[in-house]
Design a protein around this ligand. Structure first.
Ligand code: WTA
Length: 653
């Protein structure tokens, strides 16, 4: 299409233009950062209002926070805006239409270059196509797609017309997809004929078919033809994405929406089996992600090439692969594939090829890369990198050091970013250049964020170990759990009251006021009345050169209350034998103390992980305590459980 006339609302661009003043490439001067902390502390709401005003509002807000129904907080309530206009139209209106939004890199090396103007064109068409299917503001649209550009288009097309997207991770099994679509009553699903994974194509739509027929609310299925996989279509219900876009009107003005209009629902695992539908709204969420993306990663949108390896189906993909980078007008790499396909140096090849300046990934991936050996990254020129990020789990100092030395060439700051699906955006992280790095610590709450460490009674702790809590509302916080306000109250606000959001993580606070996240509170191990964290023990074990990967769980013990069991994958050059066991026991005694020595070490070839790479310790715990293993639908590699069961079960003769 040729008509790229943006919607008039882009005239409301703030004087700051499409992006806030970029930080200097090397990071932020210390004094400048301290001024930011001080400003936020002195006038927290004023600070957030200032961040929010960097977005483009159709109708400016006058109310910053409405907490009359706390903890159902509402931000910027009388303002209106549109997420897709903020991500696309205002950049195009500012003359940046030719800037690359995504360098898409396919599994087999195919590439697509998608500019901001090109993305806007396709989003407008698909938004009109959705309208043609009867989708209106407030309707829920399910998106179940692999890492292809159409996933971004579908999200922004929903946002453009006020539909609420619910992205269901592409790797979920049909039953899990069906449960999530049913729970949010999706009227339309956008999916794909087939998905590629490590050189193989699997049929997606066809495999889902049986489940889709059980969903009473589902009226239409739009299918992206990505692989040519077998894909029967139901007349009247199913249509092809390409045909929909070709037939659609190319102009679709963005609909101005109240700030509290829901932007998306994203299901996340809780401590019970039923997933929680975390609801994020428009104005606050966009404020939080654009602000944090800008300051934590010291963005320079003119030059940066941003590479976030998270899948679009997780919150990190939503916040830092889609909304954050687009709001800030940054160029991103969008990689379809797995980190070890077509070869184990593919990420490093991409860094060199696209000149990636910031890489944002998870400790699990760093440890895998470590185990594959440093000669792989060594084959590529990684000198374009200037900042590295870590997210999702505590990063053990050994992995941190390796990331810093081998990937960052010893020159790139590492930002260890702590946050959750619920928080929407990063809450605790260093400001590069201004906060001294401590390997393993996420350091300080960002300016505008109020955190405290509490003891079991809710009394704040100045230094030591306790429960992490967020003690003031923040714009990008979840608003509720979809359809279940009571569960929202029970899960986050029942223990210490409506002013204290209980995170569910344990942490240690050191003398500098820096936080060390120790892991979920349900993963804290209490051995003989001494508190240990799975993360702490794992970090020690992982530091041993004979170990590739480790997960630690607590099991009940008659003598000590709880005891430690370690599941260990030996490094490539070692085998799990008595010699390595003795070395590890000694090593742990030296690193943490005899207390932390595992009661048992189980040698395993692989650990049970979610498809986003988080180790599911619950399954390990069930195995060693001889319980039925609960819900396994979130497992990335289902076969791993059979091998693990064999590893913990003594052979019968
Ligand atoms: C953990 C992912 C230590 C933590 C963005 C949290 C971390 C949960 C870190 C949320 C970090 C996340 N250091 N632990 N930097 N980041 N976590 O909802 O236990 O998938 O509560 O969000 O991951 O996971 P979620």
């Amino acid at each position: 299409m040729t008509d790229r006339t943006p919607h008039p609302q882009t005239d409301l661009l703030t004087s700051a233009g499409p992006v806030a003043a970029p930080a200097a490439p090397a990071g932020r001067p210390r004094a400048d950062a301290e001024a930011l902390y001080a400003q936020a502390a002195a006038d927290r709401l004023g600070f957030w209002a200032e961040q929010a005003r960097l977005l483009s509002w159709e109708k400016p807000f006058t109310t910053v926070l409405d907490d009359t129904e706390a903890p159902f907080h509402r931000w910027f309530t009388d303002g209106t805006l549109n997420a897709s206009a903020n991500c696309l139209d205002r950049h195009v209106a500012a003359g940046l239409g030719d800037r690359v939004a995504y360098h898409w890199h396919g599994e087999e090396g195919e590439t697509r270059t998608i500019t901001y103007a090109g993305l806007l064109d396709e989003v407008q068409r698909f938004a009109n196509a959705l309208r043609g299917l009867g989708v209106t503001a407030g309707d829920v649209v399910g998106i179940h797609l692999p890492m292809i550009p159409e996933a971004v288009v579908a999200m922004l097309a929903c946002a453009r017309i006020g539909a609420v997207h619910n992205v269901v991770f592409g790797g979920f099994a049909p039953q899990a997809v069906g449960e999530r679509l049913a729970a949010c009553r999706a009227r339309v699903l956008v999916t794909v004929d087939g998905a590629r994974r490590k050189g193989r194509v699997t049929a997606v739509k066809q495999t889902l078919e049986e489940t889709l027929r059980t969903l009473p609310d589902l009226e239409h299925v739009v299918v992206v033809g990505a692989t040519g996989a077998s894909c029967p279509m139901w007349p009247g219900r199913d249509s092809w994405y390409a045909e929909q876009c070709a037939a659609a009107d190319p102009v679709c003005p963005a609909v101005p929406l109240p700030a509290e209009h829901p932007l998306f629902i994203l299901y996340s695992s809780g401590s019970t089996a039923a997933p929680k539908g975390i609801v994020h709204t428009t104005g606050g969420y966009l404020t939080g992600v654009s602000y944090t993306h800008r300051i934590v990663f010291a963005l320079d949108p003119e030059r940066d090439v941003w590479f976030c390896t998270a899948d679009i189906g997780w919150i990190t993909g939503h916040s830092y692969l889609v909304y954050g980078p687009l709001l800030n007008g940054v160029t991103s790499v969008l990689f379809e594939g797995a980190p070890d396909h077509p070869h184990k140096a593919i990420w490093w090849e991409l860094v060199e090829r696209y000149g990636v300046t910031q890489l944002y990934t998870a400790p699990t991936a760093i440890r895998a890369a470590m185990n594959w050996g440093e000669e792989l990254p060594g084959r590529h020129d990684l000198s374009s990198l200037r900042l590295l990020g870590s997210v999702g789990e505590p990063i053990n100092p050994t992995a941190w050091q390796w990331y810093h030395r081998v990937i960052g060439g010893g020159r790139c700051p590492i930002v260890d970013t702590w946050w959750q699906t619920e928080t929407g955006s990063i809450m605790i992280a260093p400001l590069p250049g201004a906060t001294d790095a401590k390997p393993g610590s996420a350091t300080r709450p960002l300016p505008g964020v109020s955190a405290e460490l509490l003891d079991a009674d809710g009394t704040p702790i100045a230094t030591g170990t306790g429960l992490l809590a967020l003690t003031e509302p923040w714009p990008s916080m979840l608003r509720t759990l979809y359809g279940d306000d009571q569960r929202y109250l029970d899960t986050y606000f029942s223990r210490f009251g409506k002013d204290t959001y209980l995170v569910g993580d344990a942490a240690r606070l050191d003398e500098d006021g820096h936080y060390w996240i120790l892991g979920r509170t349900d993963d804290v191990i209490n051995v003989s009345g001494h508190r240990l964290s799975t993360a702490e023990v794992e970090s020690a074990v992982a530091a041993h050169p004979g170990v590739a990967e480790v997960a630690v769980v607590a099991v009940p013990d008659e003598l000590t209350g709880q005891a430690v069991v370690a599941f260990v994958t030996p490094a490539a050059a070692r085998t799990g034998d008595a010699a390595l066991e003795a070395e590890l026991r000694e090593h742990i005694s030296v690193r943490i103390g005899k207390l932390a020595r595992p009661k048992k070490i189980v040698w395993v070839e692989g650990l049970p992980k979610t498809r986003s790479g988080k180790i599911i310790r619950r399954l390990l715990r069930d195995l060693v305590t001889g319980q039925e293993t609960g819900d396994v639908t979130t497992l990335g590699e289902p076969d791993v459980m059979a091998a693990l069961t064999a590893a913990v079960t003594p052979p019968t003769h």
